[in-house]
Design a protein around this ligand. Structure first.
Ligand code: GCB
Length: 634
């Protein structure tokens, strides 16, 4: 059994097409411990901890045949190809005429991390495969405490080495992971090497076919995080639906058991003292102070929160609010809310995006939603976005739909695929449970109904509910079109609807179907009436600047604007509709979109172009949302 599992995990690291069977056999990759939410240090709110940011120039070396993982005829990797070795290969060859190396990480060209390689170097634009990165950093002698290498995300499979020693690996392109490297570090110069393989396969999450660019590389910051020997690893501070402040914290380290701990929220003049149990856990609840201002899009109040534990001090900035469902209503802080949103991919506004989500890039994108569209909500599709994005949503006051990349068709019956998806759910929920903005966890997008798929998604839903009982659970579902003449007649027949708090539908009638746009408002929707419904997507492509006012053809700004008008008129007639997140804020790279006149590798359903020009439909949605916001105020 173990052998089978190990085989499968190694297989996961290699592409279908270029999967050298022998590399699976040599056991090298499998010998690196796999970081998962169960085994790895979680370092929740790591971005607020003291540490060294390793962003900047890294040497890199492509490895298209994965020679660093597998030698001749599938033997263990040849030392001549081991990019992670702690060695100056140029010097070694100059000193010893017998020496041979086919890499030189110290003198290799550099790229800037974080960011995907495909945007940085033209010759890498369509490269999918393994790339090695390396850099050095200094540390003082006489260090105390623990050091963790913490990755915001690297897509898709990652191998990590420090000072020539293997550290671990991780699967999944969109969630954080960390390794305790305290014992591997040395005084003065240190070296870190990362191997990132962007190739996904039929068992990956997501599998290879998606409607977005596969940004390979280290796409989010890498930091060397420093903590006390005993530190708060996982903390969650929230307002429960019963109106109590609840704290869960896990302390890790030699003195974690029976340790005095203290919650501090200076803005509320609040302290709460307690003690960890024998396993290092602390759980407490208290009545929420009267002075507490609840977080909302209108007033996104955040508080500095700290948990003091021995020499460690865990910090975060947290908003407190409740979100729940009552019948077909979504209640924020007990009051019905209509979600005025839009969907987004993780791509900055740029003619050449590299998936570099700086706070400025996040503010620019979310500012278009909040101020431009009069929105209060964003669907971060189709995978967990950078923590910079969810923090910015907290600050600006935008509710968030957060999703894992269980997209279209995944290997529903494969236990490793399920394990990978469950781990993504755990890493995502644990990372963002403290974000007031996050309102809905989504477990999937447009997955066809089958017994195997239902069982897979029900496992994820149960996991989410176990990790977080304070938010709503959803999934973007497929609907069936009844074969009747006339306007579209649509039925939600998905049994998963029973398991979800919010029903979500993506609809493209009038774009992918030959319906006249004028018939859309008369569409008939058969959906369960006892739950809130959202349109998680609807949209039409338009090439910014392409106008066709007389008989608008597809891809014209006029067609897209009319599509929005008619679809919104349809939305008005749905009695349980509680929100919309049309597809999509910004044109995004999508290699499957190859119409040479209009797409050129971009999905053009954005309301703004990749460089930020607003299309006509932008104001159609903005006006509708302004009206909705007004209705709410009355
Ligand atoms: C969808 C998918 C989304 C696509 C979009 C489209 O239903 O969920 O990922 O990009 O349609 O443009 O077709």
């Amino acid at each position: 059994m173990r052998k089978v599992l190990r085989f499968a995990l190694v297989a996961g690291l290699l592409s279908i097409s270029a999967r050298p069977a022998a590399a699976e056999d040599n056991g090298f990759v499998a010998s690196l411990p796999m970081a998962t939410a169960q085994t790895e240090p979680l370092l929740v709110s790591a971005d607020m901890r003291e540490g060294t940011d390793l962003s900047g120039a890294w040497h890199f070396s492509i490895d298209p045949y994965r020679s660093g993982l597998s030698g001749f005829h599938g033997a263990p990797p040849d030392p001549r190809q081991q990019r992670w070795r702690d060695i100056d290969t140029r010097k070694a060859m100059a000193e010893d005429s017998r020496a041979l190396f086919e890499f030189d990480m110290l003198h290799a060209p550099t790229v800037t991390l974080p960011g995907s390689w495909l945007a940085e170097r033209p010759e890498m634009r369509h490269y999918q495969g393994l790339v090695w990165y390396q850099r050095h950093f200094d540390l003082p002698a006489g260090r105390k405490g623990r050091y963790f290498l913490r990755f915001g995300a690297a897509n898709y499979q990652t191998l990590v080495f420090v000072n020539g020693q293997p550290v671990g690996r991780h699967e999944g392109g969109f969630t954080p992971f960390a390794f305790d490297v305290t014992k591997l570090l040395r005084d003065g110069d240190n070296q870190v090497t990362i191997g990132v393989d962007s190739v996904s396969h039929a068992e990956s999450v997501p599998p290879p076919v998606t409607d977005w660019e596969n940004y390979g590389g280290v796409t989010r910051p890498v930091r060397l995080v420093h903590t006390a020997d005993t530190y708060v690893d996982n903390a969650w501070v929230r307002l429960t639906r019963e109106g109590k402040l609840a704290i869960d914290a896990r302390v890790d380290g030699a003195s974690a058991a029976g340790l005095p701990v203290r919650l501090e929220i200076p803005g509320l003049k609040l302290t709460l003292a307690g003690k960890t149990d024998a396993a290092g856990n602390w759980r407490a609840t208290m009545a929420a102070p009267r002075a507490l201002v609840r977080w909302s899009p209108e007033r996104p109040q955040l508080y500095d929160v700290a948990i003091a534990a021995g020499e460690d001090r865990w910090r975060d900035r947290i908003g407190f609010r409740t979100i729940e469902r009552r019948g077909a209503e979504i209640l924020l802080n007990g009051k019905p809310i209509f979600l005025r949103g839009i969907s987004m991919h993780e791509e900055e506004i740029s003619a050449n995006p590299a998936r570099q989500i700086t706070p400025e890039a996040a503010r620019r994108l979310l500012g278009e939603i909040k101020d431009g569209l009069h929105g209060n909500y964003v669907r971060l599709s189709h995978y967990p976005h950078s923590e910079v994005m969810t923090r910015t949503a907290d600050e600006l006051g935008l509710l968030v739909w957060s999703e894992v990349p269980v997209y279209w068709m995944v290997a529903w019956t494969n236990p490793d695929t399920l394990a990978a998806a469950r781990n993504m759910v755990a890493e995502n929920v644990l990372r963002d449970r403290n974000r007031a903005a996050v309102a809905i966890w989504s477990v999937s997008n447009e997955t066809p109904v089958s017994e195997a798929r239902n069982a897979f998604l029900r496992t994820l839903i149960a996991d989410v509910r176990k990790l977080d009982d304070t938010r709503l659970v959803s999934a973007a579902l497929l609907v069936e079109r009844d074969k009747v003449a006339g306007p579209p007649s649509m039925t939600m027949a998905d049994p998963l609807a029973e398991d979800l708090d919010v029903l979500a539908i993506n609809t493209y009638n009038g774009w992918y179907t030959p319906d006249d746009l004028a018939v859309l408002p008369n569409s008939v929707w058969h959906v369960p009436s006892d739950k809130p419904l959202v349109f998680s997507e609807f949209g039409a492509d338009a090439k910014a600047g392409f106008h066709d006012p007389d008989h608008p053809q597809k891809f014209s700004e006029e067609f897209q604007a009319e599509f929005y008008r008619q679809t919104l008129a349809m939305a008005e007639r749905l009695p349980t509709l509680r929100g919309t997140s049309p597809w999509i804020l910004k044109d995004f790279r999508a290699p499957i979109r190859q119409n040479p006149d209009f797409q050129q590798g971009w999905n053009r359903k954005g309301l703004i172009s990749e460089t930020g020009e607003r299309k006509l439909a932008f104001s159609v949605l903005a006006e509708w949302y302004a009206r909705k916001a007004g209705e709410k105020a009355k």
